[in-house]
Design a protein around this ligand. Structure first.
Ligand code: ARG
Length: 569
């Protein structure tokens, strides 16, 4: 039920010359439920109605036609405050939640629309760093949220599998590498070679030339260069896949930067034809001075392409292939300029879809507080971060619930969930701090707190013999849920669909993360104040309907941000 529209209609019918749609947009939710469940600030009406706000509020309160959704209306300090009929409210929220089940909050706003989500996108033979982890987590959540709202989603892992770094790596491997050591050492050994290259190149700058010429060979399809590149890629990919496996993340396409190799020539041609390309000491670039930006580099003087070139080619390809309504790119804010530059180039090329490109930037994660047992590369560190989370969670569970059956699996769901949730509990643009104490705090604003609340609620349902949440929808007396604790839970459940929409509009999964905390906190207050499995059958049935609804919404919300919902912890 849409309470705001109902109230707006009532107000419009109570006062001449007011339009319901205009009123609806003015209605607010007061900060404190004592002031009402909805309120209309009458200041904005004061001019057109030529009356003092308080007078308007009083007249409206007096003339508002009765409606089953509302119990009363008052006027205070220029506001018209309206109170829900608590029984009707409980009835409508619970039946809506339980009837819709795991579709509660879903929508069709995205029907027929396609969104391309470029996320994770680590670089082959370079560290999968914590920024890539964050991109993976945020991108995955955005994917799920859009799908839930009816969009066709295309998740692309734009692997950094092309670029001058491969020239460096090949050079280093040819000079100091050994096949067996690479086989055994994997990505770590590749990274050792890469770092060695940089150390040596400081002393011998001619190594840089050699690396450049290997990359040019690679771009021209030289067999030896290609074979090494493929092998390095395979090694890296195997390790990335272990991390994706732990996180439960998949992609629709792994077309990385190399995929656009044969699609860049035409782009360069097109830029030339459109008069956008300028030569500068043998290199080619697009000037962006007019827009107060450094130029976008398109070709180096040896003819090699760049990160910009590949992003432009990729965008043209994606537009042709998916005809997207929106294409988003999830990276750390350090790349703000990069995206502004090439979005501008697309615009200058005359493509009206330039405004469908969106950079979803996020802040840094500070891992200083984490102690690692090894001093290996960051890829290993990240996997170790996840493994440490799982291990620490296992210890906590061991203490809390020693007889739990599938401890290993639950520790994985909760440990990994804790890491994911930490990235999604604040606005993405904020830098994130990391402390095990907060991340794994079962009582704090954490993933484990939400999951634990869910498991606790499910256990109540099990004890009541209610395996099926939907079964709780029948035969409850909503008048028994009029107390403040129950009403607060109901309000949180009611606003869930709105939060999902906001998360989509703002490309901000943390809106759902924070809302899950609000639901869990209000439920825990209810749980402490209102015993559920009581003798009074009517009271028990009503409270169980609320518990079942909380379970349903928490599970949906967790799923939307990429966390699992274990039955028992
Ligand atoms: N591989 C890049 C990096 O690690 C991220 C790529 C983001 N996606 C894109 N289309 N540029 O910094």
């Amino acid at each position: 039920m849409d309470y705001k529209s109902i109230l707006a209609e009532l107000v419009a019918s109570a006062a001449e010359g007011l339009e319901a749609s205009v009123i609806a947009a003015m209605i607010e939710v007061p900060p404190n439920p004592d002031m009402g469940d909805l309120s209309l600030p009458c200041f904005k009406l004061s001019r057109t109605m030529r009356k003092a706000p308080q007078q308007i509020a009083e007249e409206l309160a007096g003339k508002l036609p009765p409606h089953p959704a509302f119990s009363r209306a008052t006027a205070a300090a220029g506001y018209l405050n309206v109170f829900y009929d608590k029984r009707a409210f409980a009835e409508s929220v619970l039946s809506e939640v339980l009837q819709a089940g795991d579709r509660y909050g879903s929508g069709t706003i995205g029907a027929g629309k396609t969104i391309v989500i470029d996320f994770s996108s680590p670089n082959i033979a370079k560290p999968f760093h914590v920024g890539h982890l964050r991109s993976t987590v945020i991108g995955n959540a955005l994917y799920r949220i859009h799908k839930f709202l009816g969009f066709d989603c295309v998740g692309i892992n734009h692997l950094g599998d092309w670029g001058t770094q491969f020239g460096k790596l090949i050079t280093a491997y040819k000079l100091w590498g050994d096949e067996r050591e690479v086989r055994e050492g994997g990505i770590e050994e590749l990274m050792r070679l890469y770092v060695l290259f940089h150390d040596e190149a400081e002393k011998k700058p001619e190594l840089e030339d050699e690396a450049r010429s290997w990359f040019v060979k690679l771009e021209r399809g030289d067999e030896e260069a290609l074979a090494l590149w493929r092998w390095f890629k395979e090694i890296s990919y195997e390790e990335f896949n272990r991390i994706y496996g732990l996180l439960g993340v998949t992609f629709d396409s792994d077309a990385g930067e190399s995929f656009y190799n044969d699609k860049m020539g035409p782009v360069v041609e097109e830029l030339k034809e459109k008069g956008l390309l300028e030569e500068d000491q043998g290199a080619y670039l697009v000037r962006l001075d007019e827009f107060n930006m450094a130029p976008a580099l398109i070709l180096k003087k040896d003819g090699a392409t760049l990160y910009h070139t590949r992003d432009i080619a990729a965008a043209l390809y994606r537009n042709r292939t998916y005809a997207f309504d929106k294409a988003i790119y999830v990276t750390d804010y350090a790349q703000n300029l990069h995206f502004q530059q090439w979005f501008k180039v697309i615009d200058l090329m005359g493509y009206e879809w330039a405004d469908r490109l969106v950079h979803v930037a996020f802040g840094r994660v500070n891992l200083e507080g984490v102690k690692f047992s090894t001093r290996k590369g960051n890829v290993v560190l990240l996997e170790e971060l996840l493994r440490q989370a799982i291990e620490k969670t296992r210890d906590i569970i061991e203490n809390k619930n020693p007889s739990l059956d599938n401890k290993e699996e639950v520790a994985r769901q909760v440990g990994v969930g804790a890491i994911i949730f930490n990235d999604l509990s604040n606005n993405r643009i904020k830098d994130v701090s990391f402390s095990w104490k907060d991340v794994l705090n079962f009582e704090g604003e954490s993933g484990p707190y939400v999951q634990y609340t869910y498991a606790r609620a499910r256990s109540v349902l099990r004890k009541a013999g209610l395996a099926d949440e939907q079964a709780a929808a029948a035969g409850f007396d909503a008048a028994l849920l009029e107390n403040a604790e129950a009403q607060q839970v109901l309000k949180e459940l009611q606003s869930f669909p709105d939060k999902v929409r906001q998360a989509m509009d703002k490309l901000e999964p943390s809106i759902i993360g924070r809302h899950l905390i609000d639901i869990a906190q209000s439920f825990n207050r209810f749980y402490h104040e209102c015993p559920i499995l009581v003798d009074d059958a009517g009271l028990k049935t009503a409270r169980l309907a609320l518990v079942a609804s909380v379970c349903s919404v928490l599970r949906t919300g967790l799923d939307l941000i990429g966390l699992q919902a274990p039955e028992r912890i």
